[in-house]
Ligand binder design. Structure first.
Ligand code: ASP
Length: 317
């Protein structure tokens, strides 16, 4: 049997232990563990990497602590507009959606795009029409409301500022001790097939239909059985400009770097050089995981058939 592995993240940024209560920290760790366990069960039963990453993301989207699905951040207009992508590394099939509203699990919609449309990337109203056609579950606005996200947005809505869920350089003091969390998952299944998925509400107070790296194939999400599966989190603009996820794959393919070395180069050299704060999770075709970030912390976890089973938040864990 090929070794199998699931890795998840719940966002990276200014995550400091002194800003956390024990109860909140416990809730985050439980949320990550739950996503790992559900995806691990899929892989253990011989399920595909695609089904495993999708299952992990659904759990995290349904958890109000994370900035994806329920609990997504507010846009400038005071609504939630969500982005998601999924990719499988065997046939390089991919599906993505951006700026969707009311969709309970944007990752389900991205999967529908991948498996049941001739397209890769749908946006806005068209993506919502496709959701209705495919029977993807919708929810009323109240479902997505969370008091914390509302307060976070209220603090900056009259300004031109927008903020990462977890870090805002202008309003650092105000926002940094709060909840964070774009979510992502990568997996290697018993066939040695890879998949990656990412889902997010994007940045608080975003406007003009801003889209980050999360749903962009090659930037925030990428999978290729020849190299790796990657899901990113952080300041999306820099991840787009550095084509971060695909760059890791390229460094492995063209320079023969290991997954860990390739991720170190992208996160600690290339992204740092352009002040791109954040991190990424990855798994290679041998099922070896890696989790690398240049921020104070990253919600993350890994579980594998080789006995790894851990979740972590801060740098020194
Ligand atoms: N990368 C996401 C975005 O820019 C945000 C995040 O990872 O928290 O939309």
């Amino acid at each position: 049997m090929h070794p199998f592995t699931i890795v998840v993240h719940g966002g990276a940024g200014t995550i400091l232990k002194e800003d956390m209560t024990p109860a909140l920290e416990k809730a985050y760790r439980e949320g990550l563990q739950q996503a790992l366990d559900i995806a691990y069960a899929v892989l253990e039963e011989g399920g595909s990497a695609v089904n495993a990453v999708k299952a992990a993301i659904v759990v995290l989207e349904d958890n109000v602590l994370f900035n994806a699905g329920k609990g997504s951040v507010f846009t400038k207009k005071g609504v939630q507009e969500m982005d998601a992508a999924i990719m499988e590394g065997t046939g390089l099939e991919a599906g993505a959606v951006a700026g969707v509203r009311s969709v309970r699990n944007p990752i389900e919609l991205a999967t529908e795009v991948m498996q049941n449309s001739n397209h890769v990337f749908l946006s806005g109203k068209g993506a919502n029409d496709f959701a209705i056609k495919q029977g993807v579950k919708l929810e009323p606005d109240e479902y997505f409301f969370s008091q914390f996200r509302y307060d976070q947005w209220k603090a900056i809505r009259d300004s031109d500022n927008y903020s990462l869920d977890h870090t805002n350089h202008q309003l650092d003091e105000l926002l940094r001790d709060k909840k964070f969390g774009t979510v992502g998952a990568v997996a290697c299944d018993q066939q040695g097939h890879l998949a990656a998925a990412t889902s997010t509400g994007g940045m608080t107070n975003k406007k003009y239909g801003r889209i980050g790296d999360s749903p962009m194939i090659g930037a925030g999400t990428y999978a290729n059985n020849q190299t790796c599966a990657i899901s990113c989190t952080g300041h999306g603009e820099m991840f787009i400009r550095s084509v971060a996820a695909y760059d890791v794959s390229c460094l492995m393919a063209y320079k023969n770097l290991s997954l860990e070395a390739a991720m170190q180069e992208v996160v600690h050299q290339k992204l740092v050089a352009m002040e791109g704060e954040g991190g990424m999770i990855g798994v290679d075709a041998q099922g070896i995981p890696a989790m690398v970030f240049n921020s104070a912390g990253m919600y993350r976890g890994v579980r594998s058939s080789k006995g790894l089973n851990e979740v972590a938040i801060y740098k020194s864990e």
